[in-house]
Design a protein around this ligand. Structure first.
Ligand code: DQA
Length: 146
């Protein structure tokens, strides 16, 4: 049987604290809760998901390069605060041919001015933000249909 296409779902700094961290902004679901619903949806979509989180910028870059090396179908990336600061992540997205979908739980454009700039968004195929944990599911639907 042919292997299922794999979609990397990469999460940046402080997202390990989801559920505890500013729940009025990010909701009450933990990253494990979100991972469970992504696994369920992946089964329905007949894709495999590889879900990771790191507080370190370089890990996200290594994983973007790995996505290319293993020919992942797509990457869903919530780079969290690195979204707004990281030229290195911008370069990594530009360096690979795997499509990257930017995701955020909140809508950064409706928040502080420093969140309006997105290096990730300038290199990504598209962005889904503002739907809480559902942003990830919407991104997975989009990624599976690419
Ligand atoms: C976030 C938005 C970022 O501005 C913030 O730094 C995060 C989370 C989101 O998912 O809403 O850590 O990426």
């Amino acid at each position: 049987m042919a292997e299922k296409p794999t979609i990397f779902i990469l999460n940046g700094p402080n997202l390990n604290l989801l559920g505890l961290r500013e729940p009025d902004i990010y909701g009450h679901e933990t990253l494990d809760d979100i991972a469970d619903s992504l696994e369920d949806r992946a089964l329905e979509l007949n894709v495999a998901v590889d879900i990771r989180q790191s507080n370190h910028e370089g890990h996200l870059i290594d994983w973007l390069q790995e996505a290319q090396a293993v020919k992942a179908k797509a990457v869903i990336l919530n780079a969290a605060a690195y979204t707004h600061t990281s030229v290195a992540i911008y370069d990594a997205i530009r360096a690979i041919s795997v499509p990257v979908i930017e995701v955020h739980l909140s809508n950064p454009h409706a928040r502080e001015f420093f969140r309006h700039k997105s290096y990730v968004g300038e290199a990504a195929l598209g962005t889904i933000s503002g739907f809480g944990a559902k942003s990830y599911l919407l991104a997975l639907d989009a990624a599976a249909k690419l």
